[in-house]
Design a protein around this ligand. Sequence first.
Ligand SMILES: [Zn+2]
Length: 303
Amino acid sequence: MKCIYHPGYQVALPPSHPFPISKYPLLRDLLLAEGVLTPADLLEPEPLERNVLELVHTAAYLDKLEASLLSPPEQRRLGLPWSESLWLRSRLASGGTLLAARIALACGLSGNLAGGTHHAFADHGEGFCVLNDVAIAIAKLRAEGAIERALIIDLDVHQGNGTAAIFDGVPEVFTFSMHGERNYPVTKMRSSLDVPLSDGAGDAEYLGLLDRHLPDVLARSRADVAFYLAGVDVAAGDRYGKLALTEDGIRARDRRVIEAVRRHRMPLAIVLAGGYAPTRTRTAELHAHVFREAVAYELAQQP
Ligand SMILES: [Zn+2]
């Protein structure tokens, strides 16, 4: 399976910062060490140019980012200290999601070893999300005429509020979010389908709800491409998650999504979204499951 990675996905953050930025190279190293991916499977993205970002984000917001003019309150809302390398990283990761979608359209399945920054709105960033990579990829592919309709399956534990707001009133893009009802963001936006989860939800409750809704979501979306935000902050013990999925539960979730989407013959682009396990290595280990499952699915399809 061809996947997208760039060394620039990792940028310097203060040592005490809660965002596990080193999970990106750790995940790449893990997938290569296990043989899930080979070096030849990894492609490097280009940073997206302003004219592509403008398909989703406002000129005023992009002006601020380009000129490093985010105010201290705006940086606090973003949750990341601003830097030139963070700006490049945000455009690289968005380029990675667009490239993964292009490969998915050509080959069926691909992934970006980053992305899923679903809290980014058209006019501001928040919750560690600068640019909304999935929204940008969909807008670009629609503008080119490569796709008409898209589906976003957002299983990060936090609601994809930026994504929901960006595609509110766009019937060609179906936004599906399963998330902790009492978790961030406090004010939820309206997705095409929101499935709230109670604190402490475990494998049975979670997978039961996914099984109940996923077939209907796939049918209703009539999408030309699907994006899967495979956030692992649903795991028991996650710093921000408040849910209680086991590792087996996460792996079962990932397998269900991949199988269901591909059985519908929809191209699928996988992106990481969040994960805040007790260690960065553990976070990378949990993120690896969706790629293990995707490669296993592809192998099982070969004659
Ligand atoms: Zn999250």
